[in-house]
Write a protein that binds this ligand. Sequence first.
Ligand code: UT7
Length: 325
Amino acid sequence: MTLRSVIRGSGSALPARAVSNAEMSTMVDTTDEWIVERTGIRNRYIAGEGETTATLASEAARKALEAAGIEAASIDLIVLGTCSPDQTFPATATIVQNALGCRGGIAFDVAAVCSGFLYAFATADALLRTGAAKRALVIGAETMSRLLDWEDRTTCVLFGDGAGAVVLEAVDVDESDPAAPGVLATRLHADGAHNDLLHVDGGPSTTGTVGKLRMKGREVFRHAVVNLAAVLEETLAAAGLTAADIDWVVPHQANARILDATARKLDLPAEKVVVTVGEHANTSAASVPLAYDTAVRDGRIKPGDLVMFEAMGGGFTWGASLIRV
Ligand code: UT7
């Protein structure tokens, strides 16, 4: 028997206010046609007064606990991926822990931008497999709207706010059984040479301000397709599986064209890719768990399916994880 991390339930949360492309075109010089054609985005949700990364994360976590049928009190690990924390410190994970009323366990944030959920998921998986914790909440949550330059049409139309969460539990499984559930393989990468292509131009130790998001979209796009295709192949190889074995790819939702290009590179049929970018836009660390929860709740992803998570973002950071759900 081997200890594996098994997904017990998922949840997600969105701000109350939806903002259409038509509304965006009243704020900056853009059109619904340009945004849809270049990105596939039609809508995004923007946090209002009283809605923060921690409130969205807490709502997503509560729904994940409910779906798992697990009490908050039994959670002994919270790992939260975000680049838009409520405060510079303490970690947003500790705010969520307090909101859920599950004190005393481990709680910390992971900063890997759009790969934040993948990094958080891999960290929680490793801690569960060493026995350091038994039941984890892994959360991706963002209020990207508060990092955007609302006068820069090349970035502000692309992002949105939201949160997604999964409950991961350490379970003894028979590894020789191909149907045994759990995380099968994960691969993470970073390359710090590309800071200038995607970053926030401020921070506590440099400007003493929060800063605004800056991106050279075309270059990021090029790196994303190459890095994602490579890490998907690498993760499949680590698990001894092929693209044909995958039931669902749940990718980071940055741009529908990146999703198409990556799927084509791997010969994956488009019908196996969960696409929510049209409705949610790019929610950074929240996008993978938001998309996963959407596809679980609408019945696409079923118990026993082989699911691939993948993401790429600022750093650059990127990674993938293969899970039998
Ligand atoms: O989540 C982290 C990872 N992030 C990503 O993966 C983002 C990757 N990049 C992208 O998704 C795409 O590169 C973008 C959607 C950001 C941009 O699409 P593009 O096809 O690469 O367009 P572009 O940046 O080359 O711009 C084309 C034109 C430019 O005009 P000129 O110079 O050709 O006259 C832009 O000024 O489109 C113009 N443009 C806009 N026009 C209307 C840029 N933004 C807008 C806009 N509305 N919002």
